[in-house]
Ligand binder design. Structure first.
Ligand code: G16
Ligand code: MG
Length: 215
């Protein structure tokens, strides 16, 4: 009954969180704030605009909208600079093999990411040809945990929600998938995700057929 797999990008297919972290950390120095690794964890799956809002709140810093615009641009320029060097070697372990299994099983594959830079990353890493649809931060108007990104993914693939399985590494993404009425598999090495139908630490050695069986 399952026809499609919808993948989050950061933390599921590639690890761009460290690049986001470097770029935000650098930006936060403008208002004398030192962003911690734990705080960066909380920004996973959260849109760029919302991430800045959270950081400013942690820093207890007020900025007007013009300044926020400048900072958002600045952060993104630093981030683009970092990801410009990305290559296929940065695809997370087991991902390519898993995508291959999905294709063989006849699954449709879509991206459901909050990032506005998703397509560049897919291009740089050579992942782009695997995807039947790309729903990213340029297409959605609401952030995860809102289900919009995954509902649009299902729509683009001409599938209903109960035919879709989502792969997510962030709590906001798990919640978005559940709110969309989809099965969700958490990618979680630290056993911190709540509400997923299944959890795997990585895609390494995973057999797609047995993983995608739900009672
Ligand atoms: C990713 C990251 C977030 C980032 C967001 C927006 O989400 O996890 O930390 O803030 O994209 O990225 P950008 O600034 O490139 O538009 P996802 O949904 O791929 O995990
Ligand atoms: Mg993610």
């Amino acid at each position: 009954i399952y026809k499609a797999c919808l993948f989050d990008l950061d933390g599921v297919l590639v690890d761009t969180a460290s690049y986001h972290y470097q770029a935000w950390k650098q930006l936060a120095h403008r208002f004398n704030f030192d962003l911690s690794l734990e705080q960066n964890e909380e920004l996973k799956g959260i849109s760029r605009v919302e991430s800045l809002e959270r950081i400013l709140q942690w820093a207890n810093y007020q900025a007007n909208s013009e300044l926020k615009e400048i900072w958002l641009r600045e952060k993104n320029e630093a981030y683009l600079n970092l990801i410009s060097q990305m290559n296929p070697g940065e695809i997370l372990p087991g991902v390519l093999d898993f995508l291959g299994q999905l294709k063989e099983l006849g699954f449709l594959i879509a991206l459901g990411s909050a990032s506005k830079n998703a397509e560049i990353i897919l291009q740089k890493t050579g992942l782009l040809p695997w995807f039947d649809a790309i729903i990213d931060g340029n297409v959605v108007t609401t952030s995860k945990p809102n289900p919009e990104v995954f509902l649009k993914g299902a729509e683009a693939l001409d599938c209903s929600a109960n035919e879709c399985i989502v792969f997510e590494d962030a709590q906001a993404g798990i919640e978005a998938a559940k709110a969309a009425g989809m099965k969700v598999i958490g990618i979680d090495t630290h056993q911190t995700l709540k509400g997923a139908d299944k959890i795997i630490p990585t895609f390494s050695g995973v057999d797609a057929q047995s993983l995608l069986q739900f009672k």
